[in-house]
Design a protein around this ligand. Structure first.
Ligand code: UDP
Ligand code: MG
Length: 316
């Protein structure tokens, strides 16, 4: 039985077969150089390639590599959550498996943690090998989130970060569905700081988040998890339109009585009906977004289901 490691490194894995051996090589070289005791916790998010097999082999080779395999693909946020649930370290580092978050930054994060910070997040200085579409939407997304949410989500940070045990324990208590970890960590508070790094291109394989649908879902979760603004928007819009209508009603009646050419029917009516119909449907849709999320919460299903584990001590 290994002694309890000081640092746990969590990497979610979804079809990362070509990257895993290199990930292990880079992480172990860097972590051994720091002199800290460590474990690498690989969470296989229902991969359809041989990722699980490779994790099993790595674990057989080096007991510090541990693994969890889900019953199916649950998603990045759930994979990270499972990692946090089973991590043993006094500090936990989240990193992507594809080596886009350079492991060379981890010793800097550990140094900041030793200085007394509870969260050390990686701030992206540049991103290599990403499409301009992703760059522009990502930039816009962070600016919008920053504006409309009450938690202070630092600009241009991803999930690459180190967290102290007390932050991890707090996150483990937050069992919300449709999770948005990048907002949940700042919500926890404590002393947080950043280190700058250059985001590398993916080592091998292909990105799974580039599809517009996935990014849209991610943004919707971020906004609905941390802001009521969309709901309030319907209220503001309602008051504005009601005020305009009150004026318009008077104008229409006056025109009807005093104007020689009364309002021509069809067009005016159609414009008003179509406009209001659209506004009402959008408002209903916004309510629906929140309602669906409440429904997900009420069902209270587990966030993920585990199929196999390698070297994991079941939780206390
Ligand atoms: N990932 C996951 N489950 C998924 C999709 C992705 O665990 O359903 C993992 C993936 O293996 C990688 C990380 O999440 O370690 C980031 O994914 P990716 O590189 O595709 O996203 P991007 O870098 O484009 O944000
Ligand atoms: Mg990536």
């Amino acid at each position: 039985m290994n002694p309890k490691p000081t640092i746990t490194i969590i990497a979610p894995v979804y079809n990362e077969e070509p990257v895993l051996p290199e990930l292990y090589r880079r992480i172990s070289a860097i972590m051994d150089a720091t002199g800290e005791s460590w474990e690498l916790l690989l969470v296989d998010d229902g991969s359809r390639d041989r990722s699980a097999e490779i994790i099993a082999n790595l674990h057989a080779q080096d007991g510090r590599v541990k693994g969890i395999s889900f019953s199916r693909n649950f998603g990045f946020q759930e994979a990270v959550t499972a990692g946090l649930d089973y991590a043993l370290g006094d500090a936990v580092v989240l990193t992507d498996a594809d080596l886009q978050d350079p492991p060379e930054v981890i010793p800097q994060m550990i140094a900041k943690w030793r200085e007394g910070y509870d969260v050390v997040y990686g701030v992206r200085e540049s991103r290599e090998g990403e499409t301009w579409f992703k760059l522009v939407t990502a930039k816009l997304f962070y600016r919008i989130i920053h504006r409309i949410t009450s938690v202070n989500i630092p600009l241009d940070t991803g999930d690459f970060r180190l967290m102290d045990r007390r932050v991890v324990d707090a996150l483990c208590q937050m069992r919300e569905r449709n999770r948005f970890l990048r907002g949940m960590v700042p919500w926890v508070g404590y002393r947080q700081t950043g280190v700058h790094f250059k985001r590398a291109p993916r080592f091998a394989g292909e990105a799974k988040y580039s599809s517009f649908r996935r990014m849209f879902k991610f943004a919707m979760n971020a906004i609905t998890s941390f802001s009521y603004l969309p709901l309030q928007l319907a209220t503001y819009l309602g008051f504005t339109i009601a005020a305009i209508s009150a004026l318009a009603i008077v104008v229409v009646i006056l025109l009807r009585i005093f104007s020689p050419h009364e309002l021509t029917g069809q067009a005016t009516t159609l414009v008003a009906v179509l406009f209001l119909g659209g506004v009402q449907l959008i408002s209903l849709g916004i309510i629906g977004e929140y309602l669906g999320r409440i429904y997900d919460e009420v069902k209270g299903r587990p966030l993920y289901l585990i199929d196999r584990m390698w070297g994991i001590t079941p939780r206390k």
